[in-house]
Design a protein around this ligand. Structure first.
Ligand code: 8YV
Length: 315
């Protein structure tokens, strides 16, 4: 059997890269590092291995006439031009479900870290400040009002956990889910107006770009906290910084940013903000499960079988 060539556009962990290299000829980001060498092998590339943060645009897809599949190791695929892929008969797959627990756990962890000031408390003890007096009081999270923007699989996993904290849960989504016991509101602003914590867990992409804008933040109000575990693009970052500086909202806990890995200095300087470096799915267990599914998607398609988890548009 002739060698099968694939292109990796991400920086896959060794537990994905090694199985891929064992079976395929993997060109690691060759399109960026050596465009001339890439042009020579481009006609033979049959699959792309990508991550949730990868950008695969129409231009790259058009250079790959033999492309059959784009396998994303991540649930989000907003960086992939799915319409261009479909137009060329290319299937896009992702890794849903296996990361629901971890992302939901992190949303709760960020809410607690912000409410109970854990990063600040840690710095306070290490700096020997305790001997001068106690840490200023935090906020109670249990029993507070939680608004969830996006009630998909991860949103529901967050609601399940929040219910154990006695939180009063409402949500907004493209449409109401009558099977859920929570209150549905038709807009993010209406939801924010009746939330103490507004947790964003909606897919990224054009449809949700800057969904959380100045108006939504104003509705969240001076006691409200914004939590983002979705995509940086969903929040208007400039409006968020302005709202934090003006006291329009009380604070924020953020795992994702508009221009990752670059985080605005203004956010780094604020004491009422908890920051994390996009670690929603970053546990060994979950990343292994994601890598395994990403590999199975790729391997199935290249062996002539149906990949297990195509994105909805490719089902
Ligand atoms: C990862 C993610 O950052 O699943 C997603 O959409 O954003 C993350 O889980 C990444 O895709 C890991 O490869």
């Amino acid at each position: 059997m002739p060698d099968i060539e694939i292109l990796s556009v991400a920086n896959p962990p060794p537990f994905l890269l090694e199985p891929l290299q064992a079976k395929y000829v993997v060109h690691e980001r060759l399109h960026e590092s050596d465009p001339a060498a890439f042009a020579a092998i481009a006609p033979k590339i049959r699959a792309i291995a990508a991550s949730g943060e990868s950008k695969v645009g129409a231009e790259l897809i058009a250079q790959l006439p033999a492309l059959e599949l784009i396998s994303v190791m991540g649930v989000g695929y907003d960086g992939i031009d799915v319409a261009a892929a479909k137009a060329q008969g290319v299937v896009v797959t992702h890794t849903p479900d296996v990361l629901n627990d971890d992302v939901a756990d992190l949303a709760i962890a960020l809410m607690l870290a912000w409410s109970r000031q854990l990063p600040r408390a840690d710095r306070f003890v290490r700096a020997g400040q305790w001997t001068n007096g106690p840490l200023p009081l935090g906020r109670k999270m249990s029993g507070a009002r939680l608004g969830i923007v996006g009630m998909g699989r991860i949103g529901q996993a967050i609601a399940l956990r929040a219910a154990a904290f006695g939180m009063c849960i409402a949500y907004t989504a493209r449409s109401a889910k009558p099977e859920l016991p929570h209150t549905y509101l038709s807009s993010a602003a209406a939801l924010a107006a009746q939330s103490d914590y507004l947790v964003v867990i909606t897919p990224g992409g054009a449809a949700t770009r800057k969904l959380i804008d100045a108006e939504v933040l104003k509705a969240l109000g001076p006691q409200g906290c914004l939590v983002n575990v979705a995509r940086g693009s969903v929040v208007d970052e400039a409006a968020l910084i302005a709202a934090l500086q003006a006291g329009t909202i009380a604070g924020a806990a953020l795992d994702v940013f508009e221009s990752e890995p670059n985080v605005p200095q203004a956010l780094c300087e604020m004491d009422n903000v908890v920051l994390a470096p996009h670690i929603g799915s970053a546990t060994a267990q979950t990343r292994h499960a994601m890598a395994d599914l990403a590999f199975r998607n790729l391997d199935a398609k290249l062996s002539g079988n149906a990949p297990p988890t195509p994105v909805p548009e490719c089902r």
